[in-house]
Ligand binder design. Structure first.
Ligand SMILES: NC(N)=O
Length: 673
């Protein structure tokens, strides 16, 4: 291993320091939220679901943040390093379409189970205990794999750049996050995600402008083209047209693309984190949030990897660029190496902060997701069905901390057995792919057959493992180990068998023995008794200060609260059916554009990008990144201007008339809502 670019203290400083900073920040946000708004995380609905009241910009920002893993930055750059310009495209497009298509599931969630806390509650209500337990295995396995990838990617980079102990990084990363999740719950986690996403875009744009505009090592798309063309001549890529880095015609790039699409279907559809954002969303704008979030996210891996992944190739031979081994690439280190070569310690530090923010915000989504599954699907379903509000909240908090420790342990175990982030990334579809179709059918199709879907998930799981191992053995002379099993064809076989068998068994059996489900049972999940609002409507305290503020009550309510009656209005089945149709048409159209119309003609024509082509490609990436930043950084501020005004007014009042700014709801509304 080469000398770390940064001192060890920088690693601890970022991991512990930024972790503590965000914990303090979260305490502040939570205190502000409790004092100046209608929402308090002391309520379990608010803790896990943000009272189902969050607006689309903030949900989109939360989706971007939860979907920006360590792999989004590191693996995307690694595939750019290995396959050239096709890698960032397949990474970005191949993981965006699932979020877009999830908009359909999100619309159906609001239509068919509007008050559920978790996707497993829906499975349990529709198909009973066996299905609940089988799909819980898939759900929790998804969370463990995603969290392990976060910890592996995060710790490998921190260790590489600073020399910090991997063991310490594996535990300190999730524990720091656990503190702020326990303090803040879902809404504050979304607010923290928002701040992370803002900084993330700022750092990504800094790297983009360094590479394509200011760096004296590269500095322009033209120079990048020249360096990539030279790299293609010096070390042609097997399977690429003319061995070039500048073509979409890449056989291994395409194989990665297929694996990527399958694995990401598995991790979006079965990860409570993405369901949870749909659950937290206002019903009328859920579809918008997912379409916006998906499109905004695309820019992150595409532009980042087109920048630092390609820069790592272009800078080969530069005295500041370290030589990368196959293991370094699998660990996702090309981006870190390029950042250090371009900007020295400043580049390494910026990458470290970027990665840490990505890892912590995705990790916070995983922690609160697993906490919800353990609370509602394990504790409340099987251990204490009559659990009180207080017990649920306590278990939710305990589950966050327990899962943080489990994440650290899982990351460490994978690290010691030699499984890297890149290996896990291509493996995820092998064991998780079979659940994709059964779960999608459970929430969207009244004819989905219970036993067909359960057996599809199990049969696909077995088929995936068998196909993966048999292919590994066949292609490697009977040798099965971490290295041989991580090959492109080996992983492709496992991924295809898993998702294919799961889908075929579920669909065919449902066509032969169709169910006729009327959704009444799922709509009844957690249904509030008539007239109960979903917000934490705080009845005015009896203290004299609050009485004095009676006059300001109405304005306070006009801020960002979301009453039960507003929610009922937004749950109008006609409007939600329309939203589902819109989600279907738009997400399928975007799927066709991103996965078929753009890359396939470029692939089959074996086109090699010239200077103009590369410049246009990079320009699209930069423009998309700016539009994304506007959507998930500026737009959430705009849509919440009233609430921000309400909070600012409260703080102003508190400053000038001590105690007068506190939020109090209209007592008349509180008792009748
Ligand atoms: N979230 C992903 N696949 O980067």
């Amino acid at each position: 291993m080469s000398e770390p670019v940064l001192p060890q203290g920088a690693g601890y400083g970022v991991v512990v320091g930024i972790g503590l900073f965000f914990s303090a920040f979260m305490l502040l946000i939570t205190a502000i939220q409790a004092r100046y708004t209608a929402f308090s995380p002391k309520n379990s609905e608010e803790f896990t679901s943000a009272s189902r009241s969050v607006k689309p910009g903030l949900i989109a920002s939360g989706i971007v943040s939860a979907w920006t893993w360590a792999a989004t930055l590191l693996q995307s750059s690694a595939v750019a390093y290995k396959f050239g310009i096709s890698g960032p495209w397949w990474y970005g497009a191949g993981a965006t379409v699932q979020v877009l298509l999830f908009a359909m599931l999100a619309a159906k969630l609001k239509l068919n189970a509007p008050y559920a806390h978790t996707w497993l509650e829906i499975v349990g209500a529709r198909w009973g205990k066996t299905a609940h337990l089988v799909f819980m295995f898939f759900g929790l396995a998804t969370n463990i794999i995603v969290s392990s990838m976060l910890i592996l990617g995060g710790s490998a980079t921190v260790t590489d750049l600073t020399g910090m102990s991997t063991l310490a990084a594996c535990f300190l990363i999730p524990l720091g996050v656990a503190i702020y999740v326990v303090v803040g719950g879902m809404r504050s986690t979304l607010l923290c995600d928002y701040t992370h996403t803002t900084v993330l875009f700022a750092i990504i744009l800094t790297f983009v402008f360094t590479v394509y505009s200011t760096s004296d090592k590269i500095g322009s798309p033209r120079k990048m083209h020249e360096l990539l063309a030279a790299a293609s001549t010096a070390a042609p890529i097997a399977g690429n047209a003319h061995g070039s880095y500048l073509t979409i015609r890449s056989k291994n790039g395409l194989i990665f693309g297929v694996i990527n699409i399958i694995g990401n279907f598995a991790t979006v559809f079965q990860d409570q984190a993405y369901w949870q954002r749909a659950i937290a969303s206002r019903p009328a704008s859920t579809v918008k949030a997912y379409l916006l979030g998906g499109l905004a996210w695309f820019a992150i891996p595409f532009t980042f990897a087109t920048t630092l992944g390609l820069a790592a190739v272009a800078l080969r031979g530069d005295p500041d660029m370290r030589v990368l081994s196959a293991a370094d690439v699998s660990a996702g280190l090309p981006a870190a190496a390029a950042a250090s070569a371009l900007l020295g310690q400043a580049g390494a530090a910026a990458l470290l902060v970027l990665l840490f923010l990505a890892v912590t915000s995705a990790c916070s989504a995983e922690l609160i997701a697993v906490s919800s599954l353990l609370t509602y699907d394990v504790y409340k379903t099987y251990i204490n069905p009559k659990a009180t509000e207080e017990q649920i909240l306590r278990v939710g908090h305990g589950a966050v901390v327990a899962y943080a420790v489990i994440c650290g342990l899982a990351g460490l175990i994978f690290f010691y057995i030699g499984v890297s982030m890149g290996w896990l990334y291509t493996f995820m579809g092998v064991i998780l792919g079979s659940g994709v179709a059964p779960i999608a059918l459970c929430i969207t199709w009244s004819k989905a057959n219970k036993w067909g879907c359960i057996s599809g998930a199990i049969a696909g799981f077995v088929a995936g493992i068998v196909a993966w191992l048999v292919t590994t053995s066949t292609l490697n002379g009977g040798v099965i180990n971490v290295v041989t099993s991580g090959g492109d064809f080996e992983m492709l076989a496992g991924n295809l068998a898993s998702i294919g068998v799961g889908a075929i068994v579920a669909v065919v059996s449902s066509l032969i023995w169709p169910d006729d489900f009327d959704w009444e049972t799922t709509r009844a999940i957690n249904m509030p008794s008539r007239g109960t609002g979903k917000t934490d409507e705080k009845v005015a305290d009896s203290d004299s200060d609050d009485k004095k503020r009676a006059a300001s009550v109405k304005e306070s309510v006009a801020g960002d609260s979301f009453s039960g009656s507003e929610e009922e209005d937004e749950l109008d089945p006609v409007a939600l059916t329309k939203a589902f149709k819109f989600a279907t048409y738009s997400s399928l159209a975007l799927f066709v554009v991103l996965i078929l119309l753009i890359p396939l003609p470029l692939f089959f024509s074996s086109h090699i990008f010239g200077v103009g082509g590369l410049t246009g490609w990079v320009a699209v990436g930069i423009a998309w990144t700016f539009l994304s930043a506007i959507s998930v950084v500026i737009y959430p501020l705009y849509e919440s201007r009233q609430a921000l005004g309400q909070i600012a007014t409260g703080i102003y009042k508190d400053i000038f008339t001590k105690g007068s700014g506190k939020f109090v709801t209209n007592t008349a509304q509180a008792t009748t809502a």
